[in-house]
Ligand binder design. Structure first.
Ligand SMILES: C[S@@+](CC[C@H](N)C(=O)[O-])C[C@H]1O[C@@H](n2cnc3c(N)ncnc32)[C@H](O)[C@@H]1O
Length: 278
């Protein structure tokens, strides 16, 4: 998928992503904390948040760095950045600015950041190695990048099964190795290899289990349909009859995660950090 298509895909998903952002933020909380700590997002730091979405982790970073620090929130979709600015203003944070553009084309001064974070973005980029080269340029020597990606389909059935269903209905093949996709960087060793090949020293890696809990499977389906750009994109170019049949089967599949206390689905992410050598 080309960058222009990825931008269109996420511009379309941005209002839905903003609507569901509190749910995603609560779901991802343990991984977000690990990412911020592993990147060294501390008082006074200059931080770049790549693929920031509506910015829940941007705001967390901004609170950690305080008024002496600064966070630049960057995303390929302008609508996402609009939400970041609104959310920062509502939170009374004056140390957040935004930068529109693809991570691969990042244009910032060399060595101008202490830390770079990227939550649930890198595996979706058309050219993640190119983005990491730009990150390396942006970091000062000794600076760190920390990334959150989903691990494997087996550990994330709530994510994997609907994707398979949508692809089958759309008559499309799953992404080949090296192509962007939800699980593109989650297999053992893949993210570490990418970081090392991009000139980073692998600092720390942590697998974090974070089951998704929601009131019902209907709510989980709505979040996927409204907010998950990569899912919406699979069937967006197919006739309505195909879209309806695909999402009806996804809805049935998600009921398997209903429990007496609501929707509970296992999920797992990898948090990994790399250091730019001095
Ligand atoms: C799954 S969302 C994650 C958003 C946010 N980091 C979070 O965790 O809430 C993926 C984000 O990546 C952005 N994105 C996708 N491809 C990108 C690229 N090549 N460069 C920059 N942002 C990109 C999308 O616009 C979207 O905001």
């Amino acid at each position: 998928m080309q960058q222009a298509d990825i931008r269109t895909q996420w511009e379309g998903a941005a209002p839905g992503w903003a609507r569901w952002e509190a749910t995603v933020a609560a779901w991802m909380e343990p991984a977000t904390e690990a990412m911020l700590a592993m990147a060294g997002v501390d008082t006074g730091a200059r931080v770049l948040d790549l693929a920031c979405g509506a910015g829940s982790q941007t705001l967390q970073a901004a609170r950690r760095v305080g008024p002496q620090g600064h966070v630049v929130a960057s995303d390929i979709a302008n609508t996402m950045l609009h939400h970041v600015r609104e959310n920062a203003r509502a939170a009374g944070l004056t140390n957040v600015t935004t930068l529109a553009g693809a991570a691969e084309d990042l244009d910032v001064a060399a060595a101008s950041f202490d830390a770079v974070i990227c939550r649930l973005g890198l595996m979706l980029f058309a050219a993640p190695a190119q983005a990491l080269a730009a990150v390396r340029h942006a970091l000062h020597p000794g600076g760190k990048v920390a990334v959150v990606v989903f691990t494997t389909p087996a550990a994330n059935p709530f994510m994997a099964q609907p994707m398979q269903i949508l692809l089958r209905h759309a008559g499309k093949r799953p992404p080949a190795p090296g192509e962007p996709g939800i699980f593109a960087l989650g297999a053992p060793g893949v993210l570490e290899r990418l970081l090392v090949d991009s000139g980073f020293v692998c600092d720390e890696q942590r697998t974090v289990a974070l089951p998704l809990r929601m009131p019902s499977a209907v709510q989980a389906l709505a979040m996927m349909q409204e907010a998950f750009g990569a899912y919406r994109a699979v069937v967006s170019d197919r006739p309505e009859s195909v879209r309806v049949a695909a999402w009806t089967e996804v809805a049935e599949t998600l009921t398997a995660f209903e429990t007496p206390t609501g929707f509970v689905a296992p999920a797992e992410v990898l948090v990994a950090a790399g250091v730019k050598p001095a």
